[in-house]
Design a protein around this ligand. Sequence first.
Ligand SMILES: Cc1ncc(COP(=O)(O)O)c(C=O)c1O
Length: 415
Amino acid sequence: MTAIRNQTATTSLDVEGLRADFPILHQQVNGHRLAYLDSAASSQRPRAVIDAITHYYEHDHANVHRGVHTLSHRATDAYEGAREKVRSFLNAASTKEIVFTRGTTEAINLVANSLGASLRSGDEIVLTELEHHANIVPWQMLAERTGVELRVIPINDAGELILDDYPDMLNSRTRLVSVAQVSNALGTINPLDRILRPARDRGILTLVDGAQAIPHMPVDVRALDCDFYAFSGHKMCGPTGIGALYAREAVLSELPPWQGGGDMILTVSFSGTTYNELPYRFEAGTPNIAGAAGLGAAIDYLDNIGMAAIENYEAELLAYATEAMAAVQDVQLIGTAEQKAGVLSFNLDAIHAHDLGTILDHQGVAIRTGHHCAMPVMEHFGIAGTARASLAFYNTRADIDQLIEALQVAREMLR
Ligand SMILES: Cc1ncc(COP(=O)(O)O)c(C=O)c1O
């Protein structure tokens, strides 16, 4: 691998320039250059995002929406300004369709609770075998409460959805199809057009878990024509504890709120309470204002690079990494779909993934090991877990080369 070390990928992205924006990347870990390959779990933040949060707290912080004083107006502007940035980033029609949440998990739980309130025993929800637990467990909890039934689209051994029987799964009892755009465990990009359109044609609601898609490719909710789209800020260079649910206005306006409290009401009396307009009806309590300001800055940062440029660069880097990995003796790649983004899951012979992760960490390589909150995927492959290297636009071939060399060291140590 040494021969290709430090070659830059053939791309127009100035990755070294972008890396300079990320203070955290420029450090030694365990005496080695840091190769951060765990962005699917959480990405790193550029200086612009860190500065936006600091600026907010140093100059603008107060509570939002009800204040008459200047700081409250500024905080409201930061918060609502971020909502407009999310709207624009997703190409949603209106900011009424953007509900801030703690992240993807909370966004899906919101739908499971609010939509779930009208579901009945015998209604059906369609999921897939490659979902993150965040898009499984809320529906199982709903099933326990209401008796709704879950139907699961299976995957093949490449980690691709088997859609042959999917149209027949949809029937008059199907209320929702909820599917990841990109698998966090395998990197598979699902063919959303083949999943969403048949549902839409039958008047069935659709939810897209965009947690692993939004950091890697342009997303247009109107082009997707989905009813819900959930994502997390921390996977796209934003802060933790903030994300959003896009919900089509016509659908959201029919849903009841799921959490009660301040900000989600118009009037409260012991004789009855009236709820606020969209999207505030779904945002009870003081929100994560600094998080929203940081997310807004992350969106500006990504927009400035261009999501299409990011997508192209990462596709090239993933191809390079896949080829390099295939050349390492005893490595088994888990997830070999035709269409993939951002993720290389693998095992090295019979070495326990945690041991592998620890040895790589000693060489400055940060990867994730385990079931990746996708235990049904692990069950499909008959394994307890994988080692997962995941990419972002700030990764380079040098990171991949360091991973490969560290893997060779692990092989030598453990065989
Ligand atoms: C596909 C997918 N969905 C949902 C989630 C949950 O995201 P969060 O923990 O930010 O709510 C993740 C996190 O890894 C994910 O990869």
